[in-house]
Design a protein around this ligand. Sequence first.
Ligand SMILES: NC(=O)c1ccc[n+]([C@@H]2O[C@H](COP(=O)([O-])OP(=O)(O)OC[C@H]3O[C@@H](n4cnc5c(N)ncnc54)[C@H](O)[C@@H]3O)[C@@H](O)[C@H]2O)c1
Length: 315
Amino acid sequence: MKDAIDAAKEALAIHSGGKCVVPLRINLDVPRHGGQSLFMPAYIEDLEAIGVKIISIFPSNSKIGKPSAPAQMVLLDSRTGEVVVIINGTFLTQLRTGAVQGAATDILARKDAKVAALIGTGGQAAAQLEAMLCARDLKEVRVAGRDFVKTKGFVRDMQRQLAAYNTEIVPVESAGQAVAEADIITTVTTSKEPTFDGRLVKEGAHVNGIGSYTPDARELDETIIKRADGIYFDTREGVLEEAGDVIIPLKKGVISEKKFNGELGQVILGEISGRESDSDITLFKCVGMATLDLVAAHRVYKKAVEKGIGNRLEI
Ligand SMILES: NC(=O)c1ccc[n+]([C@@H]2O[C@H](COP(=O)([O-])OP(=O)(O)OC[C@H]3O[C@@H](n4cnc5c(N)ncnc54)[C@H](O)[C@@H]3O)[C@@H](O)[C@H]2O)c1
């Protein structure tokens, strides 16, 4: 995860510096089977890398025991155009999405952050939790979901898997209990409604909104958007097009675009500042971008070659 966070920082800087060609995602509807296949291409000249992540949403797959969102990442060498590797895209997505949050937390959260909150216990949650543990030396993480039995099960698994971090991971029954004393808050849910009350967030906290990606859905309420002293995005264009968390308050006129500081990559490039005081509330909203997949996949590929990991396909 530490390497992945490093890769995410590189990707954010490449993206904000305009060093990545990212055509619009192609969404192919498959009405006969109630599915959709999404193709996310990108090209980074400086890495000599081209990539396309293919992720399909086929909800009926679960009835035949197959994953409902199968994904693969295909990487090409831009010197020859040849495909060099195919990587499990589900894992890559979890890793790079955790990592971009880890990058934001590392850059924006208070250095002395000790308590974190995780809202959501689904497929992305484990990587989100690990990324917070990597970014700061935390004493405790409080985890909240919709179903307390499921939350307790998730926390038990995490206590085993992440024991090496020596952080207490505890299940709590409500998001309010999780966020009240948190220095870092991460939401990673499919919720359409705000997941916690922004009035509960303490001064100096850092908030990551990872889950929502449609204009009518949001995990963050207007209060926290208004209270935030610094608001940063992975991609300004993507967030303003897709994220209800900011689109809804903008439409209502509760905030204006002046409220947004810019992209996290611009902070990395030294173009804009990050947190300015220990009492600031900082907020990172991300919707994901192909640049993150490509840089992460490129690093995974280089490491796999170095270590002789993977299966060779003769085609
Ligand atoms: N920003 C990015 O780059 C990025 C990348 C991948 C996924 N995502 C998004 O992240 C979200 C989560 O992904 P996932 O794979 O973990 O989904 P998932 O379906 O596996 O899990 C979603 C979880 O959200 C929980 N949830 C829903 N409403 C809630 C609420 N009000 N309070 C607490 N928990 C609630 C559900 O109980 C479930 O555990 C999705 O919306 C997905 O599209 C974003």
